[in-house]
Design a protein around this ligand. Structure first.
Ligand code: NDP
Ligand code: 2IT
Length: 443
């Protein structure tokens, strides 16, 4: 059945390799569970889950600073609304395609289910590249993008947020345009500014949550983060707050990267150095190589940080950034834990190695669920028209990450005590959505 099922996916979604990869991982994890529970088989739950409920594709025209007309493509993949309104980020990056967004939307369904909050799954974005664009160009693009998207979203229908290339600046421009079009001040996006409906801890949530998840994984071995050498990829939202939490918990983060290469700082990235990175990346929008110049450490052009010896790796940049060769190097150098801040950063071959070596492998849909979880909390606060304190949101985030870890253990622990987080997260995420779909009939 798995081969036949995958054959249909590959034929029916031709050329969408990232989507095939994400479906294959979930299907392999849940096949046995489905066979043991024929109600899911008979109702063709998995067949229905892989078919997006709706996909919107649209033209985004805008005028650049030179007065030239630019045309991009916009998307929203509304994957599954069985347990709540579609929820998931928007990605602005030149590599954005239907395959990328379908894989991300599919992952999001299971991730959101794991948070135990009422959130369906979706993802959207554009092949627009914010790099090198002025603030005004980004604003004009966002306004054009939202002019179409606004017809399809709503606080009880579909609530987008940020992802690669979409941070506080873009969410602001998108929100402004939505409000102008609809004349409504509602919680239509998450990751909003703090004085116009945003939640405290939302910017930090993915990185903090990923470190909390790593902490839970380490606890199962009687270990803690204190003194651990950590490699981190990326230098955007997720990477920055991963490093911040690692510093707070006494671990030592020694790398950061961007699409140009990585920096290796054997002394560790301290608070002052992190503040420099935040200014560099979020305000000046510069390159991580500047860090190496400023702090006199090494920069490895066009390379990824997995060749640096570490105890724990935090891939926090993009999909398929750890391949088979990198996984082998990580294992050989003594890495015993991988916590994925990014979505699907490890290739299937890399995952196979992590499972074979029985390391603590926390896959993205469990480890990085803290971001969307706090987005869910932002929606709750917006509905109440209240703002919760930093402490309250952080405490809830920690609790959610602990519960996600427990769900992984429930479905992923074998008789010898090994926890297969891939199996655990996929089955736990699947069961809740599947049961809701059964209850709601053939739709
Ligand atoms: P940002 O745009 O803030 O940062 C992305 C970082 O990754 C940048 O340093 C960027 O470098 C690097 N990067 C992006 N694409 C590539 C690439 N193809 N090759 C090498 N480096 C690359 O995004 P986020 O930090 O928000 O997202 C990072 C990852 O985390 C993504 O996989 C995202 O899906 C995932 N994620 C994000 C969540 C969130 O709340 N933001 C929640 C859960 C998961 P450069 O600047 O050179 O492009
Ligand atoms: O991949 C993700 O979970 C996100 N980019 C965050 C989604 C959200 O709705 O907060």
């Amino acid at each position: 059945m798995p081969q036949e099922f995958m054959k249909r996916i590959v034929e029916g979604h031709a050329g969408e390799t990232e989507f095939h990869q994400a479906v294959h991982e979930v299907a392999s994890s849940v096949m046995l569970f489905i066979r043991e529970n024929p109600k899911y088989l008979n109702a063709k739950i998995l067949e229905r889950m892989v078919e997006p409920e709706r996909i919107i594709i649209f033209r985004v025209s805008w005028v650049d600073d030179k007065g030239e007309i630019q045309v991009n493509r916009g998307y929203r993949v509304e994957m599954n609304s069985a347990i709540g309104p579609y929820k998931g980020g928007l990605r602005f990056h030149p590599t954005v395609s239907l395959s990328i967004l379908k894989f991300l939307a599919f992952e999001q369904v299971f991730k959101n289910s794991l948070t135990a909050l009422p959130l369906g799954g979706g993802k959207g974005g554009s092949n627009f590249d914010p790099k090198g664009k002025s603030d005004n160009e980004v604003m004009r693009f966002c306004q054009s993008f939202m002019t179409e998207l606004a017809r399809h979203i709503g606080p009880d229908t579909d609530v987008p947020a940020g992802d690669i290339g979409v941070g506080g600046r873009e969410i602001g421009f998108l929100y402004g345009q939505y409000k102008r079009l609809r004349n409504e001040f509602t919680g239509i996006l998450t990751g909003k500014g703090l004085n116009w409906g945003g939640s405290l801890i939302r910017p930090e949530a993915t990185g903090y949550g990923c470190v909390y998840f790593a902490q839970e994984m380490l606890k199962t071995k009687g270990e803690s983060l204190k003194g651990k050498i950590c490699t981190v990829s990326g230098s955007g939202n997720v990477a920055q707050y991963t490093v911040e939490k690692l510093i707070q918990l006494g671990a030592k983060a020694v790398t950061l990267s961007d699409s140009g290469g990585y920096i290796y700082d054997p002394d560790g990235i301290c608070e002052a150095k992190l503040a420099f990175v935040m200014e560099l990346k979020n305000v000046k929008r510069g390159r991580i190589s500047e860090y190496a110049k400023k702090y006199n450490c090494r920069y490895f052009e066009k390379k990824r940080p997995w060749e640096v010896k570490c105890d724990i790796a935090f891939p926090s940049a993009t999909q398929n950034e750890i391949d088979e060769a990198s996984a082998k190097v990580l294992i050989a150098s003594g890495c015993r834990c991988v916590a994925e801040g990014a979505n699907m950063p490890s290739t299937p071959e890399a995952v196979k190695i992590f499972l074979k070596e029985k390391i603590l492998y926390g896959l993205g849909k469990a480890a990085n669920a803290g971001g969307v979880a706090v987005s869910g909390l932002e929606m709750s606060q917006n509905s109440q028209r209240l703002s919760w304190s930093r402490e309250e949101v952080d405490a809830r985030l920690q609790q959610i990450m602990i519960k996600i870890h427990e769900s992984c253990v429930k479905y992923g622990k074998d008789e010898k005590g090994f926890i297969n987080y891939v199996k655990g997260a996929n089955i736990a995420g699947f069961a809740k959505v599947a049961d809701a779909m059964l209850d709601q009939g053939v739709v």
